[in-house]
Design a protein around this ligand. Structure first.
Ligand code: GLU
Length: 254
């Protein structure tokens, strides 16, 4: 199975922006294991800006573009250093791909990107993709990694996209505000009622929220790729997903 896994900033880092070491170690172990079992793993990782904020000792998420871009430049190094080190322990090679909106909108560049991804998979490497935040400005921004992950899944005909988030899935109401909110295990069609369930933006350091996750789900459903939103706080749920167990919210026409 070819599987794309998107890791949100809140899964990778503590609220301080510093690396959640135990979590990242567990994630890399599980990904290595499912790769050893014969699956292809592609990671879309957020966290560059969050980790840059932590490393530079900034008090909060910057609002100006140059500081965000500077934080991304610092954080992206730490992110890849961490992945490289942890995956090396299991004898897996990682590859960094940083892309912008231009790279998916321009057909030639999009094809180059897909070709590189496919070749990396043939070479048995683990591609780790993020938006190139240091150069992405309004005109060429993809904007959030939920959308980026769905574009990646579409580009390489993935079987599954798993979004690891700080929420268990899509609920009937905002679970932080409403104790009666119930998790919806499966969505077969994204209609107005489903869209109305998505609130605004998510946690403090990341960019996405449920709205961007539903947009990602629509891209996936259009290309017959199943998408699952689940909580990244327990990386072993990936085993359950691979075993076909019901986890989080699955978006699938089937
Ligand atoms: N590219 C951003 C980062 O690495 C994250 C965007 C997102 O979380 O959607 O910090």
């Amino acid at each position: 199975m070819r599987i794309v896994i998107k890791i949100g900033t809140s899964t990778l880092t503590h609220a301080t922006g510093h690396l959640n070491i135990r979590r990242v170690e567990e994630l890399c172990k599980v990904f290595s294991d499912i790769k050893n079992a014969g699956h292809q793993v592609i990671i879309v990782s957020s966290g560059a800006i969050g980790m840059g904020i932590g490393k530079l000792g900034l008090q909060s998420k910057p609002t100006d573009i140059p500081t965000k871009q500077a934080a991304a430049a610092v954080g992206q190094c730490e992110l890849m250093y961490t992945y490289d080190r942890l995956f090396s322990e299991y004898n897996h090679n990682v590859a960094q791909l940083l892309i912008t909106g231009d790279d998916v909108e321009n057909p030639v560049r999009h094809e180059n990107f897909s070709n590189t991804l496919n070749r990396l998979l043939e070479l048995d490497a683990i591609p780790i993709i993020n938006e190139n935040d240091t150069v992405a400005t309004n005109e060429i921004v993809i904007g959030d990694n939920d959308t980026l992950a769905a574009i990646v899944a579409q580009s390489i005909q993935a079987d599954k996209l798993i979004l690891l988030s700080d929420i268990d899935g899509l609920y009937t109401a905002d679970p932080h505000a409403n104790p009666d909110a119930v998790l919806i295990p499966k969505i077969q069609c994204i209609d107005d009622k489903v869209i109305a369930l998505a609130g605004g933006s998510g946690s403090n350091l990341g960019t996405g929220g449920m709205v961007t996750k539903l947009q990602a789900a629509q891209i996936c459903m259009d290309c017959h790729c199943d998408m699952i939103i689940t909580n990244g706080n327990n990386p072993s749920v990936i085993y359950d997903i691979m075993d076909g167990k019901a986890v989080g919210t699955t978006f699938s026409e089937k």
